[in-house]
Design a protein around this ligand. Structure first.
Ligand SMILES: [Zn+2]
Length: 253
């Protein structure tokens, strides 16, 4: 794919020191760090999966993070949602997340949206960013994000998990299959509450964050056109080539 139209932002000496170890990565360097600083990423839901994505992107210095997640912190969030803290129980998730991310990296702009992705907000939120990371548990939200990302030609990292199984792909509109190519209909088994271990959602979140950083920096090869499936019960990882469907209702011709 072509480089994303991101305007790099020059680093301060303090930022140069903070990100020093990652600028040693061959093919990355200060030029890519400036792109991360100039980039904006939308993360839908900041639970076990999206919270880890946000934490890693904040640590890496992605300049602007738009986070969408409604609701208050519950005790059952705390086995995996590492942006939520015990003393925030009963208070908005998005506040806890913003505080944790700013504690880690006060240089960033965090845009907290105390709503889940909906028909009303999806166009505006996708329009604000360079890259979308979809971590929503429900297909209704995933399909909305997918349609909007395709319509606005924004790349989207798509990740999902259940139990100890997970999958990850990167959707580049016009080049790769979209989510509706892979799932023409909502899989009936998916529900909002599901078995999950924080180490598993965190693993998938770290992989998704790596994909987002690669997209922004033009680093390495993304999972564009490939679906990575993982079973952490057996540690089996497989990459599958996936194809566009000509009759796809979202991206088909
Ligand atoms: Zn499609």
């Amino acid at each position: 794919m072509d480089d994303l139209p991101i305007t790099p932002k020059p680093l301060t000496d303090e930022e140069r020191a903070t990100y020093e170890w990652q600028t040693w990565i061959p093919d990355f360097g200060e030029e890519s760090q400036e792109k991360l600083k100039g980039a904006s990423v939308l993360i839908s839901r900041i639970g076990g999966l999206g919270g880890t994505v946000a934490y890693q992107l904040a640590a890496a210095g992605v300049g602007r993070l738009v986070l969408a997640h409604a609701g208050n912190v519950k005790p059952s969030d705390l086995n995996r949602q590492l942006l939520m803290t015990h003393e925030q129980l009963g208070k908005p998730r998005i506040e806890s997340a913003q505080r944790r991310l700013n504690d880690l990296n006060p240089r960033l702009e965090i845009v907290p949206v105390a709503e889940n992705i909906s028909k009303e907000n999806v166009s505006r939120l996708v329009g604000e960013v360079d890259v979308v990371v979809d971590c929503a548990p429900l297909f209704e939200e995933r399909f909305l994000m997918n349609s909007e990302a395709v319509a606005q030609s924004k790349p989207m990292v798509e990740c999902a998990m259940y139990d100890l199984q997970a999958q990850l792909t990167t959707i580049v509109p016009g080049e790769t299959p979209c989510l509706a190519c892979l799932f023409p209909e909502e899989p009936p088994a998916w529900k909002r509450e599901f078995p999950v271990l924080g180490a598993v959602s965190g693993t998938v979140g770290c992989l998704a964050a790596t994909e987002a950083i690669k997209l922004i920096a033009g680093l390495g090869e993304t999972l564009a056109g490939q679906l990575l499936t993982m079973d952490l019960r057996t540690m089996d990882f497989h990459k599958h080539r996936v194809a566009r469907r000509a009759d796809c209702e979202v991206c088909g011709s």
